[in-house]
Each structure stands twice: as C-alpha cells, then as structure tokens.
Design a protein around this ligand. Structure first.
Ligand code: PGA
Length: 255
C-alpha cells in the first residue's frame, strides 16, 4: 500500500527566522500526523538546521531542494548528499522545472543527482512535467516518458522503491492554474505504466507519484482522491501554516 506524501517545497523563501515562525505555526496544528500520511518540508539549505531542530519531536520530516552529484571537493557553492544526510534530511527534490529552466539542469544531471541521493539514503523526489507549448503540441506524454527513463537510468528495482516521482505541469506551477483531477490522473496512470515497463507492475504499484502545481486546500481533496495521485508537492500553499496543515488534514481524511 502506498502512503500519501504531502511535501512542502519552500523554494527560495524563509531564512532561519521566518522558517522558525512558519514551523511554530505548523507544529501547533500538526505535530502529530496520521500513520498513513507522510509529511515533509523542504526549506532552503540555510534553514534546514532550524527545521530539523524544530521538528525533531514531530512526525514531520525534512528534505532539501537540490544536491550536487559529486561527493565533495572544489565545487564552490554546492551542497553534497552526505552533507544533507548529516544535517538530518531524508528526502531531496531533484530536477524541479525551475532548476531545469534557470540553472541548466538536464536529464543527465538529474540522473547523476538521483544516483547520489540514493547512495546517501535520501529519497529523491524527481520532478517531471511539460510546458503549455509542449502540451498543446501533444508532446507531453513523450516528454514525461523521456524525462523518467533518463532520470532512472541505472537505478535498479530495489532502489526505485525509494524514489518518488512528482508530476508538475509547468503551466500549473505558481500560476494558480491547476491540472484538472482528470488530467492529473491520466498522466499519473501513464507514469505508472512507464514504471511497470521499466521494472514490473508490483514495483510500479509501490512507487509514490505526487502531483504539483498550485495545489491548495480548495483543490487538494479532488486531486488527492485520484487513484494514482499519491500526494502533493506544494509550493505557495506550503508557506502558510494554515493552508499546509489543511491539506495534511485532507490527506489524513482520505488515507
Ligand atoms: P506551487 O509550486 O504549488 O506554488 O504551484 C509547486 C512546485 O513548484 O513544487
């Protein structure tokens, strides 16, 4: 049985002080979470320590938003998988469309980061998804398939059980526009089919596939109740303790 995962992607928001305030609010509402739901926050690197400290006595886990694919060395400005693990992270977001768009992330570097994350026992949340132009051209299925195949190159059947896929249509990220529950389900089902082809059905049925793109309390119920939607990667609404905890409650009610 897959467990629902509600993950907050804070992006470049909340230094340690703001993080403490947001986490206080979240803790007050959701220190304990239903055993069938996993909850995660992914703050910027500098606030990870604060989050780990604040959340140690809660059911909420901490992840990062990126990692470098080398072990250590002369890579100014980068953070390694071992550093994240040592800091208390259990998850790491990889290949977010903002990183692909603004920071030269490619399918190849996504794959290298995924390998490194798994090596350090960080569950990679691999982001895939198409632009509006690609969807309009009918290319979205092929694109997502290529992104997933490249990301999982060399990842074996046992390792993929720790991988989380996040389907985030670029046109729905931060725009207020959401994929309809039907559009999300359709793509999630397709992603599971790709996984079944790469591995087998049982393995595909065990992998968590999250939806991301303007998920909020008003649409979470509909999206999360789709059979192949196993949670959400939530940007904007995760920066508000009330909204984020409301989405967690919705997931708990569905679990
Ligand atoms: P959003 O961001 O919820 O603000 O659309 C989601 C994401 O980019 O992970």
């Amino acid at each position: 049985m897959r467990r629902l995962l509600i993950a907050g992607n804070w992006k470049m928001n909340c230094g340690p002080y703001d993080a403490a305030e947001l986490l206080e609010g979240l803790k007050a509402k959701k220190a304990e979470v239903d055993e069938h739901v996993d909850v995660l926050v992914c703050p910027p690197f500098v606030s990870i320590g604060m989050a780990v400290k604040y959340l140690y006595d809660t059911d909420i886990q901490v992840g990062a938003q990126n990692l470098h694919f080398e072990e250590n060395g002369a890579f100014t400005g980068e953070i390694s998988g071992s550093m994240l693990a040592e800091s208390g992270c259990n998850y790491v977001i990889i290949g977010h469309s903002e990183r692909r768009q603004y920071f030269g992330e490619t399918d190849e570097t996504v794959n290298r980061r995924t390998q490194k994350a798994l090596k350090h026992k960080l569950a990679p949340i691999i982001c895939v998804g198409e632009s509006l132009k690609q969807r309009k051209a009918g290319d979205h299925y092929d694109l997502v398939k290529d992104q997933i195949k490249a990301a999982l190159n060399g990842i074996n059947e046992e390792q993929v059980l720790d991988v989380v896929i996040a389907y985030e249509p670029i046109w729905a990220i931060g725009t207020g526009e959401t994929a309809t529950p039907g559009q999300a389900q359709e793509m999630h089902e397709y992603i599971r089919k790709i996984l079944a082809g790469l591995y087998n059905q049982e393995t595909a049925d065990s992998v968590n596939i999250l939806y991301g793109g303007s998920m909020k309390p008003a649409n979470a119920q509909e999206l999360l109740s789709q059979p192949d939607v196993d949670g959400g990667l939530i940007g904007g609404a995760s920066l508000d303790a009330d909204s984020f905890s409301e989405i967690i409650t919705i997931a708990e009610d569905l679990a």
